[in-house]
Each structure stands twice: as C-alpha cells, then as structure tokens.
Design a protein around this ligand. Structure first.
Ligand code: AR6
Length: 171
C-alpha cells in the first residue's frame, strides 16, 4: 500500500524512515539535520562506524542504522544525486536510491517504511520528475515483493504533497 502525507518524517511511527543523506554520512541540513537532531547521537555513531569501515557512501547507495530516539526502529540513509541539468543520469541514480533502500529493508524484515522526498531540497532535483521516479520505482518493487506492506511518502513542503497526490490520483 502506498500512502502520501504532509508532515515531518522524524515523527513517523513506521518500522523505518529514509534519510536524504550525503556521501560523508556525517549529517547536514534539511531532513538529514532534522533526523540526526531528533534521533540523537546513536545514529551519528553508527554512521561514523559504517564510514570508517567502508568509506564514503556512493550516490544511489543506501546504509542502515538504528533509529536511536525516534519512533522508527531503523533509519536508512540514501544518497540522492545532485541535479545537474538532467544529463548526468540523475533519474537512474534517484531510482537506485529507492530500489537499494527497499532491498535493504527487505533484508532486515522491515514491513513499513517512510520516504522523504530525496534530492528535492538542497540537491535541486525537479520535484515533479523526482516524484515520477519515486512512485514508479516503489510501485514496481512492491508489486514483485510482498514483504513490504506499507510505504509512506512524507512530504514536508506543500509542492511535493500536491504533486504526489495528483500523481497517485491519476495512476
Ligand atoms: N521531514 C520530511 N521531509 C523534510 C524535512 C522533515 N523534517 N525537512 C526537509 N524535508 P533535503 P536533498 C524535505 O535538502 O535535496 C543535506 O544537507 C524537503 O522539503 O533535506 O536530498 C544532506 O546532508 C525536501 O523535499 O535533501 C545533503 O548534503 C526533501 O526533504 C543534502 O542536504 C529533501 O531535501 C541532500 O539534499
């Protein structure tokens, strides 16, 4: 089941929330900053351990940590592409973020997951194009994989919320 809500993803009480991180995994602004602030030091400690073990996380990949103080048990941190005019395989890289996140979620037995609108803030990915990629990738994935029972898109800004509602209405 795919749902859309408008709100703050740090308040979500699903098994897992998805962070729009950067390759350093060490936190930043936007939703990344909000998740680290709300979830506490345990999340950063695990990110540092992962980074020490495997180096920077490449664009399109995903890693999993505890949810720390959040309601969600886990956070999956994925690295969206920076929008560069659309000629640098940005849609494919964004699609990889959603797919790799869902693969990791399945491995962990996660049944419900909340996504932020990856790349559509500081990284400048056009919101309508990003929503198209996100919804198509997630719908294709859950069609073939019954383990994930519930996917929620948590839109922080009104623009994204309206775009997702409209796309779901016509699908
Ligand atoms: N809950 C849900 N969504 C949020 C929240 C929140 N609390 N706060 C912002 N958003 P961004 P990016 C939305 O910029 O574009 C960081 O510094 C926001 O409205 O957070 O992938 C990282 O460390 C937007 O729709 O992520 C990276 O350096 C969406 O989250 C860089 O930003 C993503 O916006 C990643 O840029």
């Amino acid at each position: 089941m795919i749902e859309v809500i408008q709100g703050d993803i740090t308040k979500a009480s699903l098994d897992c929330i998805v962070n729009a991180a950067n390759t350093s995994l060490l936190g930043g602004g936007g939703v990344d900053g909000a998740i680290h602030r709300a979830g506490g030091k345990q999340i950063l400690d695990e990110c540092i351990r992962i980074r020490n073990a495997q180096g920077n996380c490449p664009t399109g990949e995903a890693v999993l940590t505890t949810g720390g103080r959040l309601h969600a048990k886990y956070v999956i941190h994925t690295i969206g592409p920076v929008w560069n005019g659309g000629q640098s395989h940005e849609p494919e890289k964004l699609s990889s973020c959603y797919r790799n996140t869902l693969n990791l979620a399945v491995e962990k037995g996660i049944k419900s997951i909340a996504f932020s609108n990856i790349s559509t803030g500081i990284y400048g990915f056009p919101k309508d194009k990003a929503a198209e990629v996100a919804l198509k990738t997630v719908a294709d994935f859950i069609e073939k994989n019954a383990t994930i029972e519930r996917v929620q898109f948590v839109c922080f800004d009104r623009d994204n919320y309206d775009i997702y509602l409209e796309r779901l209405r016509i699908s």
